[in-house]
Design a protein around this ligand. Structure first.
Ligand code: SF4
Length: 231
């Protein structure tokens, strides 16, 4: 007997409901716990998808075209990534990471506003084509996927052409969207800053200004510098 597949909208709604419920509960022990919980929800919901709705993907270790684009993140993801890297990296590598953040931030801030989204600049978390913070990478990094390496390469080689895209799996995208939506709703409900900030500029401000973390904990706006990308 064949079972009808749920609609993409139904997938998104189901995951959002699970995500908001579990994020809410985990928030009682802190936003970082809640983030880890929503990551688990997303991974588990991806495993529930039929095989052909979750792969095979063209994404592979060492392929880093998408890590030259701007990524939007929530403050809790910024602090989680910093904490992970501070723990995982040697002192020398940590200093190298901090210097890379400052340099990438300067490069981005020097660009005319209309080129911020259309200029390839390597993410400072990257090293030799690999993400140094892979297990703590932001939700938008996790959701970004492609069925065609060639399409990603073409887009990388022509970053100003926003008409170029890459093929994705709709069900997979819906799981991520539902998971993120539920998490943001739970953060909002609890009064935490759930704005989306551009990753490099947020990392730079978090590293320069320890008060950013305190502001987030006090349920205030975490990052105060002029936004690099409007969310
Ligand atoms: S955090 Fe990691 S996965 Fe995300 S853009 Fe940077 S290097 Fe790539």
């Amino acid at each position: 007997m064949s079972h009808a597949r749920p609609s993409y909208q139904a997938i998104r709604i189901r995951v959002a409901e699970i995500s908001v419920d579990q994020s809410r509960k985990a928030l009682r022990t802190g936003p970082d716990r809640s983030l880890r919980q929503v990551q688990r929800v997303i991974e588990s919901e991806i495993r529930r998808l039929p095989r052909d709705e979750r792969g095979p993907l063209a994404c592979a270790a060492g392929c880093d075209f998408c890590c030259h684009l701007r990524v939007m993140v929530n403050p809790v993801e910024v602090f989680a990534l910093i904490d992970f890297l501070h723990e995982a990296l040697s002192r020398e590598d940590w200093e190298d990471f901090c210097a890379s953040v400052a340099q990438a931030n300067q490069q981005l801030r020097a660009l005319p506003a209309d080129q911020v989204l259309t200029t390839n600049i390597p993410c400072p978390v990257l090293e030799s084509g690999r993400c140094r913070g892979y297990s703590a990478r932001p939700l938008n990094c996790r959701s970004y996927h492609s069925l065609s390496r060639e399409a990603c390469e073409a887009s990388f080689n022509d970053p100003g052409n926003l008409d170029l895209g890459h093929p994705q799996l709709t069900a997979l995208a819906q799981v991520h969207a539902g998971g993120q939506g539920g998490f943001v709703a739970a953060l909002n409900e609890a009064g935490f800053d759930s704005r989306q900030y551009e990753l490099v500029s947020a990392l730079a401000e978090a590293l320069d200004d320890p008060e950013a973390r305190n502001r987030f904990g006090d349920r205030e706006q975490a990052f105060l510098r002029e936004p690099l990308v409007e969310s």
